[in-house]
Design a protein around this ligand. Sequence first.
Ligand code: SF4
Length: 356
Amino acid sequence: MTKIYEIYGRDAHEMTKALMTAADIKSEIPDGARIALKPNLILAATPEEGATTHPGVLSGCIEYLQEAGFWDISVIESSWYGEKTERSMKVCGYDQVCDRYAVPFYDLKKDSVRTTDTPFRPMDICAKALDADYLIDLPVLKGHCQTAMTCALKNLKGCIPDREKRKFHSDGLFEPIAALGAVLKPSLIIVDSICGDLNFEEGGNPVPTNRMMLGTDPVQMDAYGCQLMGLDPDDVPYIALAEAWGAGSSNVVNEEIVRLNEPERAKGYPNASGLVRELTRNVHADSACSPCYAALVRALYMARREGIRITDRISIGQGYRGKSIKGIGIGNCCRQAERCVPGCPPTPREILDLLR
Ligand code: SF4
């Protein structure tokens, strides 16, 4: 299956179940499989801060699996170096989810490891991740100060011990991330793109997009994540490396993206953090869908990095349908603007091209 399933909305639990149902995931899982769920619980922060996987993704995934008759389910994760995983799990509400569904949570900082050959070098990888028959990767799509973005491949870094994480950094991150993806291939990826940070994996500048995606190829999901963030996959060198080492294919075919609903289900734009507020001071939004607004924020951020000064009024949102607008309009709803970026939603690249 190379299809990508996409859904818009605000209810992470129901969106996750809808994605898994649409993709008929239960038919892909072998009977009696040991299923391990690997969220992004990098630090002790609630998902609204843009860094951690929403607990609703976890509960939706577990509920779908249990309703389909799968009971050997666990949640595995180790927070980043210096953070206690148990603290992160409580702050993010995972303890309540695991209690409600009677699913064990394993802190991989306490797990045994096995030294495993990879295309780059032997690596210590946690046994619970290696021993899963069906590994479900539940990353957050967000920015990263060193790798530009993080999604499916980099989320697997939580499956190695802290000393190996430090080695990843001294190895320059790209090669070890790609090599880990080549040996620890997840069977399923469900991406939380509800509220990812613009720049930093630890959060702080969340830009709600109210969107989730499901796929089975981590390289493809990362390549698609790049597209949604306005990045070229070449900006994230571990994607091509992972592809070369057999972790998947970066080919994203638009016709193979199955949208379960339209962006209008993700109405409303976020309470802006400091950076977002500064970037959007010329923006006039009226009932904008979150993915449209997020694409604009991303484009404004890239424009600022290129030194482009924007003084024009920018309009966005369903409230502008059928109205004549001065300045720039974003998306099909603003077709009557003096200059419009068409699309529903347009991509950050398309918006940036017009801003340039
Ligand atoms: S163009 Fe309009 S309907 Fe489409 S995503 Fe943007 S605001 Fe929503």
